[in-house]
Design a protein around this ligand. Sequence first.
Ligand code: FMN
Length: 202
Amino acid sequence: MIRVTYLSQTSEPLSADGLLGLLTQCHRNNTAKGLTGMLLFGNGTFLQSIEGEAAVVDPLIERISKDPRHRDIKILRRDEIKERQYAEWSMGFERVTESTLAAIPSLRNFGLRNFTADYLSTHDDVVETLLDRHRAPHWDPLIRELDARDKLIKELRTELASSRNDVEMAALVLETVVEVATNGRLDEAHLEICRSTLGSLR
Ligand SMILES: Cc1cc2nc3c(=O)[nH]c(=O)nc-3n(C[C@H](O)[C@H](O)[C@H](O)COP(=O)(O)O)c2cc1C
């Protein structure tokens, strides 16, 4: 798999309807092609990351660069990847505004006026900060809390399944001991199973 990140500028001011049309197209096409990614848009500038199989992503980037809705495409990175960073989004979206930027503490002197292809193409750290907010753990405190709960529930589930299994094993060992003791054949092997079961319960 690969991930391609690029910058571009709208050819003409993009209406909300135009933007929605573009995103709907991304969602439809990317879902069908197993692509995921993130699109940031503000100040007439697009910052997009697309990830998926190279055989699908590369031709798409070719097509996107010929799209008349934008121009001056600058590819920032094309990386071979093992894991997706935006696995939950066929194309996640954030409209970049003064107030979204003001809420990012590490971008203190960065305003919407800086959200341009020229500035971003020479400031990798800003690009990383902007995109990183959409990877786990999420920047939104509520989503972070939900993710933390999800994680806790998964851990509790594993613990519960494992203790259910321990109980199941202990019951079987007890049954065996009762059965064997009744027949008078309790030997060292049985005692060893008892010890190891006890060990896993402690
Ligand atoms: C900024 C921008 C981002 C785009 N991102 C995607 C995308 O992620 N996936 C996609 O299929 N098309 C994307 N497109 C649209 C493509 O350029 C192209 O219109 C589309 O893939 C054509 O496919 P269709 O006619 O089958 O919908 C994007 C266009 C622009 C201007």
